[in-house]
Design a protein around this ligand. Sequence first.
Ligand SMILES: Cc1cc2nc3c(=O)[nH]c(=O)nc-3n(C[C@H](O)[C@H](O)[C@H](O)COP(=O)(O)OP(=O)(O)OC[C@H]3O[C@@H](n4cnc5c(N)ncnc54)[C@H](O)[C@@H]3O)c2cc1C
Length: 560
Amino acid sequence: MLFHDVVIVGGGLTGLMAACEAPPGLDVALFSKIYPTRSHSGAAQGGFNAALGEDDSVEAHIFDTVKGGDYLGDQDAVEVLCSEGPEVIRSLDRMGVPWSRRPDGRPAQRSLGGAGFPRACYAADISGHVVLHTLYERALAAGVRLYPEWHLVEILIEEGALAGLLLYHLATGRLEVVRCRVALLAAGGYGRIFQKTTNGHSNTGDGTAVAYRAGAVLADMEFVQFHPTTLTGSNILISEAARGEGGYLRNAAGERFMDRYAPQKMELAPRDVVSRSIFQEIKEGRGLDGGSVNLDLTHLGREKILRQLPQITELAHRYAAVDPVREPIPIEPAQHYSMGGIRVNLDCETTIPGLLAAGETANVSVHGANRLGGNSLLETVVFGRRAGRHLGKAAAGRPLPPPPRASLADALGRWQANFSAGPRHPDDSAAAIRDALNRTMTDKVGVFRTGEELGEAMAELAALRTRYDALRLSPGERPFNTELIEHLELGCLLELGEITAGAAFRRTESRGAHYRLDHPHRDDARWLHHTLARRGADGRAVYEAGPVSITRFPPQERGY
Ligand SMILES: Cc1cc2nc3c(=O)[nH]c(=O)nc-3n(C[C@H](O)[C@H](O)[C@H](O)COP(=O)(O)OP(=O)(O)OC[C@H]3O[C@@H](n4cnc5c(N)ncnc54)[C@H](O)[C@@H]3O)c2cc1C
């Protein structure tokens, strides 16, 4: 058994920022299933939004975010995000982040989709990487105790409150109970429920699923972002920065087709709008062979492409055999970001006493029905900082709970069941089930949805769960048991896939990234509310409506 005052699960930008900002003297431990600097945050290319420009304002950033999210974002949370943004970016600057800079030394800013001003601070197209490494160094300097390659398995609850965590240590194959006063989940998103995704292999939503099983409420799981520009086939991201720097989208005939769909913002309309436009072009026969369109950077010139977009140039070379300086890049939309997550308040508290959550794993509802480029990285550092600061107060107000007993016995029973479920389907495998899940999600819970296909998806996912429950693992407590890890991750993916499909089936309107062909309009009278999901006694999700905070911008029609 291990003891710490505060336990953070997740070593991406959110977890590291919280660790750096926790009050000095607090005993903070950070657990991460992969090495912190390999977290998906490190793959982020485009940048961090903050209203720093002379003509820009916090008010404009709030408005763009609320409108971009199709009025489902909680405006009190959006206000926090946008108003704390400039100060957090300055504090990252002081920590030593090597931003790309203007001639006068201030951080440079570029345009991303749905923004009225160039608002994203960046470091070429490796923005996430440089901030992740800066925060990692800071966390080490602050004396944070790191536990890399420890995998969260369960959250132990006694009398409705956090009693401890159960983690699996990959290197030793040991299961360990970790006791703490308070815990913060910063375990990232669950893009890997989809076949076509820009997300890293580790983005399996463990934090979200484990918290849900422990009784936490999830929100807005039907809202999944599909990024318009990923390399066709591999779905490696080609950042919105490519369009921010002036790139064009062209159909097979070479036309800049966005003037048909978003005549003002063109390529820099929000992602939901651009992704649907691309599919519309393809559907109407104006796509390239194999269902793509082109992202054309050639007119930007070699010097600008190599200076501002070096990583994209290399990715296009290496994974699509294309030289963006000379030829257009074939692209297709793919899953990119999970707007849904664990419902939290402005202090990052979940509905379970002692348990906090922040970053992509959480839903404080700053993105509403569609996230704007650059706002997620901002969320990781703004709400990571808030969570870190609140951890001190939360830990002071909560004595170490007594050792978990009943919850631990139950959890150990479930753990053992993984290894002894019986050889009912000896030929089945986690890989086969995951593949089927991924296909169902991409084919039937994708950019365009219908009630009929969502119903089919729900039935298919239920059948996959039955197959999953019958899987048997070879005896387990051994070092680097990747079979076991994949099994645990698949359980989380299935759980979150079912809730995503269930919530999408239920919402009979189109809003932001959730587009129902059979209900193509936004319906504020019936649906201007959050979808809350909690686990019912029979293990199935129970859905209800939650209010949306509207403080200054009443819903309007959303044109670009
Ligand atoms: C390719 C790509 C590019 C992007 N570009 C941008 C951009 O330019 N601008 C922008 O605003 N957003 C961007 N995003 C989104 C943004 O990067 C993410 O939303 C954000 O970085 C998530 O940070 P996080 O700290 O919440 O989680 P992550 O960085 O995903 O970290 C999750 C952490 O949780 C740990 N973890 C997970 N499960 C467990 C478990 N079971 N046990 C222990 N530890 C666990 C992992 O080890 C990891 O350390 C991009 C996303 C992708 C995929």
